[in-house]
Design a protein around this ligand. Sequence first.
Ligand SMILES: Nc1ncnc2c1ncn2[C@@H]1O[C@H](COP(=O)(O)OP(=O)(O)O)[C@@H](O)[C@H]1O
Ligand SMILES: CC(=O)N[C@@H](CCC(=O)OP(=O)(O)O)C(=O)O
Length: 303
Amino acid sequence: MSNPNDPAQRDALLAKAETLIEALPYLQRYAGRTFVVKYGGHAMGDPELARDFAEDVVLLKAIGINPVVVHGGGPQIGAMLKKLGVESQFIDGLRVTDKATAEVAEMVLSGSINKELVNWISGAGGKAIGISGKDGRMVTASKVRRTKKDPESNIEQVLDLGFVGEPELVDTTVIDTLSAAGMIPVIAPIAAGADGETYNINADTMAGAIAAAIGAARLFLLTDVTGVLDKDKNLLTSLTPADIDRLSADGTIQGGMIPKLETCVHAVLAGCEAAVVLDGRVPHAMLLEFFTSRGAGTLIRAG
Ligand SMILES: Nc1ncnc2c1ncn2[C@@H]1O[C@H](COP(=O)(O)OP(=O)(O)O)[C@@H](O)[C@H]1O
Ligand SMILES: CC(=O)N[C@@H](CCC(=O)OP(=O)(O)O)C(=O)O
């Protein structure tokens, strides 16, 4: 039992009090606002990290901030496809998705992973509700179109990624209703298109579109690196959309970091105050980033 009168314990308890006081301006500024948090598939493998993450989300809710969780599950979809003997191809960090792959993606994301995360949050004392973009017609997806210049002919080629979608319309009614009722929405990155087809959406893209539609105070993208790194692997602590254009053009940003930063730019240009790419391997990464003045990861602002 903690005893503030015990000189041996006093310093540690005072340090705890100071940490809480350090958080006070942030609590005052962000009470009633929404934070969209993207939890990546890589981070889900570690039960201790999952428990820490769930506790952070529940703590945010308890202090009056509305967390909205969007989850990934790329490695888990990959593992299931492997069991089924299906190989995946990625273009610019996006999984080329035929009809059968879309079915597997929906099963893994909306089924097992979504409910696992709901369970972690319930275990930490929160009331989480698992949904996908299909529920309440929250997200209407459109088919992603990508082009690439053929290096020999210099002709622009259209790449077909199949049922890979991006959020075209976001109706936040379901999120607003759940949040106002004291619940924590946990969202799988699957949505229907206006054509009625099921689309597989990159989880970062889904999170950014939702953050943009809500006008979130923060978009947190938890991943498996310390943040955005330069060519010498040094952490870039803050970036603007112009910096990101430059880093994309010179090849510093690759693979999964491409949709992540495209999403951040989209969100901050649409009114989300700031997006942060941070290391989900660090226990309580989100709380440390937000409630202390030390900050971690890469902060992206409109300019
Ligand atoms: N400039 C960069 N800085 C940091 N990571 C980068 C960069 N360019 C590419 N990456 C890659 O992006 C990965 C993160 O994206 P991704 O694998 O999609 O993560 P998640 O599953 O968390 O969404 C990193 O592990 C790293 O390999
Ligand atoms: C189109 C596309 O690439 N969709 C992703 C959806 C899951 C995801 O984004 O998961 P992570 O955040 O864990 O990578 C996929 O199929 O892997």
